[in-house]
Design a protein around this ligand. Structure first.
Ligand code: MTE
Ligand code: MO
Length: 311
């Protein structure tokens, strides 16, 4: 594995085009870390959850992938490892009734019915890049609810340090769960401050339609600065916990699926470089950006950490 020693500041300066832009970004990052960095440096998680969720003004000028591309090239191991087969196989997914349990280290556990969640009218539009660890990417116009808005309702206790997401488990529906390609159900984990970050979305739709089954209906996580496998589909439980749980992919191959999995062109996957990516629908490969292009928004979460060793 190719690892170069690198500082967070190098990652940021990599993108600069002029001194002015650099300075603006620095100011922005410093402001942001004043707001969120406290999570890393000692502010209690409870205090974090009590903060009003910031609504990050956010624009993406890239052309989104077509609806057909987004819905016909998918990773959803509960069904199959064949990306082109998921659209057809996932037609059998029953998405109603569907409840999501939010539990664990919280003062007010919550059981939410998907329809009442959708009726709260609190959905936002977010067009995000999605970068798979395998080396392909898309631009997807999601609708969803910032996870922060839901987490603040359950009042995380001061023990809550991580947020664990659990996917649906039903081998009668998910043919892939009859095999042990992964340990089922699919599980993913974020640090509490990553989960509270305004970019972190619970997606409930795309292109203005309810979320297609193959994209993780009726509700899935989207963490745009991390490799796609962190963005778990078809979630049935969100559990706040004190100790870092393992994840389905880490159990399968810890060297290939790190806990942080922040998109980083400078840290190669054990079997391939992560410098470039194949944007679905485009012929030439494009450069992969640190934090998938979201460094300004999220780099402060990892201040003081050696990013070169995290994958
Ligand atoms: N439950 C579940 N979630 C999952 C996966 C999966 O197999 N099962 N695959 C992940 C991977 S590897 C990627 S790249 C993205 C793909 O999302 P998309 O098909 O909507 O583009 O979903 C992620 N979420
Ligand atoms: Mo992926």
């Amino acid at each position: 594995m190719l690892i170069r020693t690198r500082k967070a500041s190098d990652v940021l300066s990599n993108e600069i085009t002029s001194r002015d832009v650099y300075q603006q970004r620095r100011d922005f990052i410093i402001k942001l870390s004043a707001m969120t960095g406290g999570l890393v440096t000692g502010l209690s998680p409870l205090a974090a959850a009590e903060t009003t969720c910031r609504n990050l003004a956010f624009v993406n000028s890239e052309k989104p992938n077509t609806f057909s591309e987004i819905t016909h090239y998918n990773n959803f191991y509960e069904y199959s490892t064949n990306k082109e087969a998921i659209a057809e196989l996932a037609k059998n997914l029953p998405t109603r009734p569907w409840t999501i349990n939010i539990e664990g280290e919280v003062e007010k556990p919550l059981q939410i019915d998907i329809d009442s969640l959708l009726n709260t009218n609190s959905t936002v539009e977010r067009t995000y890049r999605m970068r798979c660890v395998e080396g392909w990417s898309m631009v997807i116009p999601w609708q969803g609810i910032p996870l922060c808005n839901i987490l603040k309702k359950v009042l995380p206790t001061s023990n809550a340090k991580y947020v664990e997401f659990i996917g649906k488990h039903d081998p009668d529906i998910f043919y892939g769960q009859r095999r042990n390609s992964l340990q089922w159900p699919y599980r993913e984990v974020l640090r509490l401050d990553e989960a509270m970050h305004p970019l972190t979305l619970l997606a409930t739709g795309l292109y203005g339609n309810s979320l297609p089954n193959q994209n993780g209906a009726p509700i899935r996580l989207v963490v745009p600065w991390k490799y796609g496998f962190k963005s778990i589909k078809s979630i049935v439980a969100i559990r706040l916990v004190e100790h870092q749980p393992s994840t389905s992919w880490a159990l399968a191959s810890p060297a290939e699926y790190g806990f942080y999995a922040n998109v980083n062109p400078d840290v190669s996957h054990p079997r391939w470089s992560q410098r470039r990516e194949n944007r679905i629908g485009e012929i030439r490969k494009i450069k992969t950006l640190p934090f998938n292009g979201y460094a300004e928004e999220v780099a402060s979460l990892y201040q003081g950490m050696d990013l070169s060793t995290f994958f």
